[in-house]
Design a binder for this molecule. Structure first.
Ligand SMILES: [Zn+2]
Length: 101
């Protein structure tokens, strides 16, 4: 059975499932949402970086909303070392300015 990658429209989580092509769409393991989009047919690497960036942005925003600037900075630093994306680096740089470091 092939392995499929899905993105949840509700929480932007990405997960992999093994399923039958004719079977029903899977639900998101994170939030249980069933509006999941199959991530097949586009250049996988590009999509992954793109989605990773979006997830990172969201996470950073969540931290900032909670007033956890330090956590946001730490997370963005870690993320920018893992995801080779200019956007993520910009986010990390901006956070450093914001936190005054
Ligand atoms: Zn979800």
């Amino acid at each position: 059975m092939p392995l499929y990658e899905y993105e949840c429209a509700v929480c932007s989580g990405i997960f992999e499932v093994i399923l039958d092509l004719d079977g029903p769409s899977p639900s998101c393991p994170n939030c249980g949402g069933d509006e999941c989009r199959k991530l097949i047919g586009a250049p996988a690497v590009h999509i992954k970086a793109d989605q990773a960036t979006r997830r990172i942005e969201k996470r950073v925003k969540d931290y900032l909303l909670d007033g956890k600037v330090k956590d946001a900075v730490r997370f963005a630093d870690k993320a920018s070392s893992m995801v080779k994306s200019d956007k993520v680096k910009q986010i990390a740089d901006k956070l450093h300015q914001k936190s005054g470091k």
